[in-house]
Design a protein around this ligand. Sequence first.
Ligand code: HEC
Length: 258
Amino acid sequence: MSNINSIHFKFLPMSMRVLFTMVLLVFGVGYLMAMIQVWESHAGRDGDPMISGKDLMIAYSGNPSGTKLESALRGPMQAMLPDDKREAIFTWLHDGAKQDQFDAKVNPIIQEHCIACHNPDANPHLPDLRAYEGVAKVAAKDEGMTIPTLVRVSHIHLFSITFIFFIVGFIFSHAYVRPTWLKCLLIAVPFVVLITDVASWYLTKVWAGFAWMVIISGAFMGMAFGAMWVISMWQMWFGKVPDAISDEGEIPCIHGKV
Ligand code: HEC
C-alpha cells in the first residue's frame, strides 16, 4: 500500500476530529438553510403552494401564460402585501396592464409595499419599480431568468459549492468504505451534478423539461452530502475501527490507512 492513502478517522488526533465535526455541523445547518431558501424563492410560482417542476420551469425558462410580476407575487413576493392588494394587481395584469389604470389602482400599492427594496439605491440587481416603465418590464410576458442573471448566479454557485464539497469530500476521504469505487463515487457525484445542474438552468431556455434535471441533480447532491456527512460522523465518534485496518486485522501493513 502506498502512503498516499488517507488515515482513518480513528487514527486522527482528537483536535482534527473536533475540527472536522464542527465543520460538518455548520455545513449541515447551512444545507438546511439552502433548502429553505430554494423553497422560498421557487415554491408557488405556478399557483400551487408546493414546490414543483413547473415552479422551476417558470423560474428558469419563463411562463408563456404569465408575467414575472405575477409569478413573483405568487411565489417569493407573496408575503410582501395583503391578499386583496395582490388580487388588485392580478386584475390589472389580466386586464392588459394598462397605464391609465396603473396610476389609480396599482401604483399606490407598489409605492407602499415594494419600492423600499425595488429601487436602484437599495438594490441595483432588482427590478426598479418606482415608476410605470420599470413595472411594465416585469408586467410583460415572462421570459424567465435572463442570461446575465444566470451567469451571475452560476459563477457564485460553481465556486462556492466546489469549496463546500472539497471540504466535505476531504473529511470523508478518511472514512472506511468498500468497495473503493463506491467511496470515490460519493466524492465525485456532487461535482458531476453541480455541472449538470448549472447546465440545465441554461438548457431550460431551450426546453423547459430540463427543469427536471435541476431537481434530479439537486436530489443526487443532497444524497451524496447526506451519505458523506452521516458516514463521517458515525465513523469518527461511534463506529469501531474496521477490522481490515485495525492492528488485529488481516492486512496489518496498512495500519489505519483507508
Ligand atoms: C424586503 C425587500 C423586498 C420587498 C419589500 C419587495 N421585494 Fe420583490 N424582490 C426582492 C428580492 C430580494 C428579490 C429577488 C429574489 C427572489 O427572486 O426571491 C425580488 C424579486 C422580485 C421580482 C422578480 C424579479 C425577477 O427578475 O424575476 C418581482 C417581479 C418583484 N420582486 C416584485 C415585487 C413587488 C410587486 C413587491 C411589492 C408588492 C415587492 N417585490 C416587494 C425584495 C423585495
